[in-house]
Write a protein that binds this ligand. Structure first.
Ligand SMILES: O=c1ccn([C@@H]2O[C@H](COP(=O)(O)O)[C@@H](O)[C@H]2O)c(=O)[nH]1
Length: 260
């Protein structure tokens, strides 16, 4: 079954578009709780709401070899509850991208950078069962610097969206990363993105627009995911952090469902 079909099943069964980000920072984790245990407890508490989990590899790579161990453990735990999107933002010359694409042996989907072009993205999209989210219009302030540059009458991100539609024609497994922090640009991306599903970050700690995330982020089948990380995993601290995370994830589901 393809990644987006699996995602669609979860969206229907859990009546949710919520993707829970798993970006553990040791100093923000309660004393005596390790990174993998923290994630496991967050996953257990949110598994009936989360249709996907998104560990950002930065938070594990920063921890060295222990971090990779924690990432693998986390991916295994999370996969039992929902598809896992590895937020790795990879992309390199084809020979190297091929090795990066091996990350898809452990995760269900990955984020990739389109900057180096089709040959750098090809190794990721070859496996039709895996999902690939291409960075298109990101949430950070500096995203306008290159992504909004006019290139032949339309912004660079519009070219990325259109090229991603071509990439999706190969195996039907491509989506876009489009931030909820700029609803107008989000609407514009949708005009160039055909029916591609979006992975929408920026809700919660970054103050993104939940209504736009649902309106422009989902495809005609209603498939797409809206990520929130800090506002869920750090909703509480100390004892009871799991319950706080659960409440925050449930509250986000309710908000998003109000716009479906
Ligand atoms: O444009 C982008 C692309 C990726 N991200 C990542 O998503 C999460 C967001 O975390 P929050 O705590 O919900 O802000 C994080 O891993 C980012 O690196 C993004 O925010 N924007």
């Amino acid at each position: 079954m393809s990644f987006f079909d699996r995602l669609g099943d979860g969206i229907e069964k859990k009546d949710s578009l919520v993707c829970v980000g798993l970006d553990p920072v040791p100093s923000r984790i309660p004393d005596g709780v390790g990174v993998a245990e923290f994630n496991r407890r967050i996953i257990d508490a949110t598994s009936d709401v989360a249709v996907a989990y998104k560990p950002n590899t930065a938070f594990y790579e920063a921890l060295g070899t222990d971090g990779w161990g924690a990432l693998l453990e986390t991916v295994e735990e999370a996969s039992a509850a929902a598809p896992v999107i590895l937020d790795a933002k990879r992309g390199d010359i084809g020979h190297s991208s091929r090795r990066y694409a091996e990350l898809l042996d452990v995760a269900d989907a990955i984020t990739v950078s389109p900057y180096m072009g089709t040959d750098s993205v090809r190794p990721f999209i070859e496996d039709g069962d895996a999902g690939v989210f291409v960075l298109c219009k990101t949430t950070n302030q500096g995203s306008s610097e290159f992504q909004e540059l006019d290139a032949g009458g339309k912004p660079v991100y519009a070219h990325v969206a259109e090229r991603a539609v071509d990439w999706n024609a190969v195996n039907g497994n491509v989506g876009l990363v489009v931030g909820a922090t700029d609803p107008e640009e989000m609407e514009n991306v949708r005009e160039h993105a055909g029916d591609l599903p979006f992975l929408v970050p920026g809700i919660g700690a970054q103050g993104g627009d939940a209504e736009a995330a649902v309106e422009y982020g989902t495809d005609p089948r209603g498939v797409g995911v809206v990520n929130s990380t800090r506002s869920i995993i750090y909703a509480g601290d100390g004892d009871g952090f799991e319950e706080a995370a659960r409440e925050s994830a449930r509250s986000l589901r309710k908000t998003l469902n109000g716009y479906r």
